[in-house]
Design a protein around this ligand. Sequence first.
Ligand SMILES: Nc1ncnc2c1ncn2[C@@H]1O[C@H](COP(=O)(O)OP(=O)(O)O)[C@@H](O)[C@H]1O
Ligand SMILES: [Mg+2]
Length: 312
Amino acid sequence: MKVIVLGGGDSPEREVSLRSARAVCQALRKKKNEVFFLDPLAGSFFKKLLQVKPDCVFIALHGGMGEGGVIQGLLESLGFPYTGSGVLASAVCLNKLVAKKILAYHGLPTPAFVPVNNGWLPEKMALSLPVVVKPASLGSTIGISIVKSKHRLSQAVKKALIYDREVFLEQYISGVEIAASILGNNPPVCLPVIEIKTAGGFYDYQSKYTPGGSLHTIPPGISKESLQKVTSLATRTFQTLGCRDLARIDMIVDSQGNPWILDINTIPGFTQTSLYPDAARAAGIEFEELCQKLVLWAKERKQPGKSHGRQK
Ligand SMILES: Nc1ncnc2c1ncn2[C@@H]1O[C@H](COP(=O)(O)OP(=O)(O)O)[C@@H](O)[C@H]1O
Ligand SMILES: [Mg+2]
């Protein structure tokens, strides 16, 4: 099959995306596909896209236009099949504030939050310290601060505002950090859940991308009952937000064993050592097979009468 792998892009997660794309290219070549790497920032992007006429586009872009529905919309209008979620779910999940409002509407647990309006914090807050300050649409922990004392709050908000016009405060939840990876559509399946251990308890950019910066543990150190809650919550989240093919849902399990949804990644890190491929491997799905599966699902969607998920 002729596959274009998209990597790079304009978001602050560009470097990570280039690593994901490199790994995906290698994997798909091993599976005997004819693979073309393409960076949406390249001047010849549109020309090349139309020239190659791919059977499928594998989107290995993280954050920004690539994960947030813009590239998906472009491919949709050109009629090229692509991996992963469609336009709406991609856009919803990229914006944590929008995703949290939908989760809250459906009664799915996500930590309490307060939007920051035009840089101004509300006089009275329904949150207690510590709080987490987040840009709404960034990933890889960029612009996020954990604030333990009130006088550090405005500094943290200023920092988040560098990255995004939309910023919010979120209740800090102390507990076990979990990554729940969902694969497939009818029905979506929760792959083995991973516990993430970091030296400082904050899964920041450094611990995410420095070798040895974090430890992935399967199974996680939570009770069976709690693990059951995590897997069913992850699957419900995936379905509620209309995701497709794959997503990694980041959660914290509190001291009572209850999971809280932090973040839904529709295009999770895809290097050989990233969380999502690790979870797939633990389910007996090797990286090459995982990449090929996603390509085949995308290709199949284009055939008349065949569709996966809620969006076409
Ligand atoms: N409410 C919270 N309570 C405790 N830790 C949090 C909270 N929100 C975020 N964190 C920490 O910050 C990291 C990044 O936050 P997350 O919401 O997953 O954003 P990103 O899109 O950058 O991954 C988490 O993996 C976790 O370590
Ligand atoms: Mg996250």
